[in-house]
Design a protein. Structure first.
Length: 430
């Protein structure tokens, strides 16, 4: 019976959980794969750090890059994170030295995935990263294998548990963004520096990976709309309730001709839609394809348990040899597609702003919309201190028209303040 020797690089919460579960479940894995596994080496930045798991001294390797050249090692598990430094070096060097690689590193894959997949095919090894998207949801394997006979044209979902938790807390407890963020940090759902999450970067990296897998294209990791949730206020949450809508940070990608319409931004979605009721740190991903139609995947999007489960699933796939291409397509067949010009995007828009409660201001506001050919569907006005909180819902209009309106409103701060825009998701696509 063949034995696969494994090296784990990075022993944070995820790395330790992988180490623990590989040891606890090695007999189960052996029965299900027909192969033995053995953790031959581990490496971490701080060898002296106190850990709640005792690791034998003979397993430790001070220089992680030496593991890439160790002929006894079959699989390198990279759990350092980041798109540069030791994470990048160990993954590239491991593949060059014909070692299989498993990683949870979304930043690295979204930036270098195309290069790495070409290299992996050339060296006849696997590069797998199920844990990089959706935590414990087996979304990548489901698309690559379960939907292999389908032409996928649309994928979207809640890909970041931190922002979903924050928005859920704002709604449930009627608290501010700052208070909800503090609660997320307290519970360990948000990092000390949560910028990647709340600014939409984490979701952007994940949707870039999913787009490549779904549409067979090279990774599109720049020049698309990425907006976070830090400008969403409690007023927006409450207005959404009045309109039978909920606010969710969605990552969305569609194939339109030879272009990919890929973006990340807050959306207002109808409360009757299933995805509007995905709360807390839960992730949900929707895939539309032919002939299957719609499939929906839901589960824990982060945390050491779900992430380690996905990492070990990839290790097992390598052992049984049932996963060939990193992105579900041979790198030589992946097409270079363009990013859709988002100025031509059409939807209904929610625009909230504070105005001075005086005669003529409302007339000036509606004039701005009329001059830019944007039709107002609903207008709600509520007093707030010595100002008025106004919400406008537009009819379907193009993004470029809304940009002109925002420019006009923001240039007249004497009358119009704190302008917030949220796109309303087309009900037909939910």
């Amino acid at each position: 019976m063949k034995t696969f020797n494994i090296a784990i690089v990075g022993l944070g919460n995820i790395g330790l959980e992988v180490y623990k579960n590989l040891n606890i479940n090695k007999n189960i894995i052996q029965k299900r794969t027909g192969f033995k596994l053995n953790i031959l080496k581990v490496s971490a930045k701080n060898l002296k750090k106190k850990r709640n798991i005792k690791i034998p001294k003979n397993l430790w390797e001070k220089n992680p890059l030496s593991l890439a050249k160790n002929k006894k090692i079959d699989i390198i598990v990279e759990l350092v994170g980041g798109s540069s430094g030791i994470a990048k070096k160990i993954v590239f060097q491991s593949i060059i030295n014909k070692k299989h690689v498993v990683t949870a590193n979304k930043s690295l894959i979204s930036k270098y995935g195309d290069r790495l997949s070409v290299l992996a095919e050339k060296k006849s090894v696997n590069l797998l990263f199920e844990a990089a998207v959706g935590g414990g949801i087996p979304i990548i394997k489901s698309i690559k294998q379960g939907l292999i006979a389908n032409k996928i044209f649309h994928v979207y979902g809640i890909l970041n548990g931190t922002t979903n938790f924050i928005l859920s807390q704002m709604e449930e407890k009627e608290i501010s963004f700052r208070a909800a963020l503090a609660e997320a940090k307290k519970k360990g759902y948000a990092e000390a520096n949560p910028a990647s999450d709340i600014n939409g970067i984490d979701s952007a990296e994940k949707i870039s990976i999913l787009s490549s897998i779904c549409f067979g294209c090279k990774i599109l990791n720049k020049n698309f709309l990425v907006e976070g949730i830090k400008n969403i206020g409690l007023d927006d949450i409450n207005f959404a309730k009045e309109l039978d809508l909920k606010i969710k940070l969605l990552a969305i990608s569609e194939k339109i001709g030879n272009s990919i319409k890929q973006r990340v931004h807050p959306c207002l979605i109808p409360v009757k839609m299933d995805i509007s009721n995905i709360n807390g740190v839960t992730n949900a991903i929707v895939v539309d394809g032919k002939p299957i139609g719609r499939t929906i995947y839901e589960g824990e999007g982060a945390g050491k348990g779900p992430t380690s489960s996905a990492v070990i699933s990839d290790i097992s796939s390598i052992m049984v040899g049932n996963d060939d291409f990193s992105f579900g397509h041979s790198p030589t067949t992946k097409k270079k597609l363009n990013i859709f010009n988002f100025n031509n995007h059409e939807c209904k828009y929610y625009i909230r702003l504070l105005v001075k409660d005086k005669k003529g201001v409302l007339s000036k506001l509606t004039t701005v919309f009329a001059k830019n050919n944007v039709s107002i569907r609903n207008l709600i006005q509520k007093p707030k201190h010595n100002l008025s909180n106004i919400v406008i819902i537009t009819h379907f209009t193009k993004e470029k028209n809304i940009k002109k309106i925002l420019k006009n409103l923001n240039s007249n701060k004497e009358n119009f303040k704190d302008v917030i825009i949220i796109r309303i998701r087309d009900e037909q696509k939910l």
